[in-house]
Design a protein around this ligand. Structure first.
Ligand SMILES: NC(=O)c1ccc[n+]([C@@H]2O[C@H](COP(=O)([O-])OP(=O)(O)OC[C@H]3O[C@@H](n4cnc5c(N)ncnc54)[C@H](O)[C@@H]3O)[C@@H](O)[C@H]2O)c1
Length: 267
């Protein structure tokens, strides 16, 4: 169509092939990666569910297949270049193209520069930043062959409002810079690159750390909206950025936090 926008009333990712990294969940429940994969499939994408652990990714697959969607589990470690090359190749082999890369994998990292462990610092940078570079490096050529694509990177409000997780905050700040740099590098090839900064959403990532009900309630009340965010809130933001509805948006940071970074009683 002349305006290049998706037709009204059709699935929002119809005909697209997507890779979601970290598409399982570290514990039972709905993580950001799982929610995003389910929403992509619900809107017509065929989704490669990449995870280091096949078991949780298979649970995501079951959710998608139950709704009539199409997906496949791909066991891979996104910190390994060969795995990133293999996952892009698998998406193209199976479905003939690659349109969307959702870089969701990320791990926490506590402490200040004085007390953090150097090996831990390196690990956080590798898992949170280098993995996104590697996954993108191998996905972009396939996207370009198909006429363009969309990459969504998961940052965090920890990059904007640090709170004692210095390695994590630094890595998530790097994700924002990486997003902007890639957006410029690949714009001419029709590849858009954006990122999302989730706020304190309640996912297995935080719940599995043994969060008390009291802290959970404090997190809910910390946002001006006073509602608890979930993996679905992140997934819906990713769905928009991945789709052609966002065709005029690149290099941007979308904060999904109930307003926490603007005003919070904890400040
Ligand atoms: N939950 C929050 O409050 C919050 C806030 C801000 C940002 N985030 C970000 O959201 C993202 C994660 O969300 P989630 O809920 O899906 O997390 P999760 O930890 O539940 O799931 C991530 C999945 O990634 C997989 N994984 C980990 N390392 C991997 C690797 N090297 N290669 C392949 N797979 C790997 C795990 O096996 C797991 O299934 C992270 O980037 C995190 O920093 C979360």
């Amino acid at each position: 169509m002349a305006h290049g926008l998706p037709p009204i009333g059709r699935p929002r990712l119809e005909g697209k092939v997507a890779i979601v990294t970290g598409a399982g969940s570290r514990a039972p429940g709905i993580g950001n990666g799982r929610a995003t994969a389910v929403l992509f499939a619900r809107e017509g994408a065929r989704v490669l569910l990449v995870d280091r652990e096949a078991g949780p990714a298979r649970e995501t697959l079951a959710m998608i297949e139950k709704e009539g969607g199409e997906a496949e589990v791909f066991e891979a470690d996104v910190t390994v270049a060969e795995d990133c090359a293999a996952m892009a190749a698998r998406a193209v082999d199976r479905w003939g193209r690659l349109d969307v890369l959702h870089n969701n994998v990320g791990i926490g990292g506590r402490g200040s520069v004085v007390d953090l462990d150097l090996e831990e610092w390196d690990r956080v940078m590798r898992v949170n930043v280098t993995s996104m570079m590697l996954a993108s490096r191998h996905a972009i050529p396939a996207m370009v062959r198909g006429g363009g694509g969309s990459i969504v990177n998961i940052s965090s409000i920890s990059a904007l409002r640090p709170r004692g997780l210095t390695a994590y905050s630094t890595s998530k700040g790097a994700v924002i810079a990486l997003t902007q740099a890639m957006a410029i590098d690949h714009a001419r090839d029709g590849v858009r690159v954006n990122c999302i900064a989730p706020g304190p959403v309640h996912t297995p990532m935080v719940a599995s750390g043994g969060m008390s009900e009291e802290l959970r309630e404090r997190r809910r009340l910390a946002s001006p909206l006073q509602i608890e965010g979930s993996g679905w809130d992140i997934g819906y933001a990713a769905l928009f950025l991945a789709s052609d509805e966002a065709r005029y948006i690149t290099g941007q940071l979308l904060v999904v936090d109930g307003g926490v970074t603007l005003a919070s009683p904890a400040r």
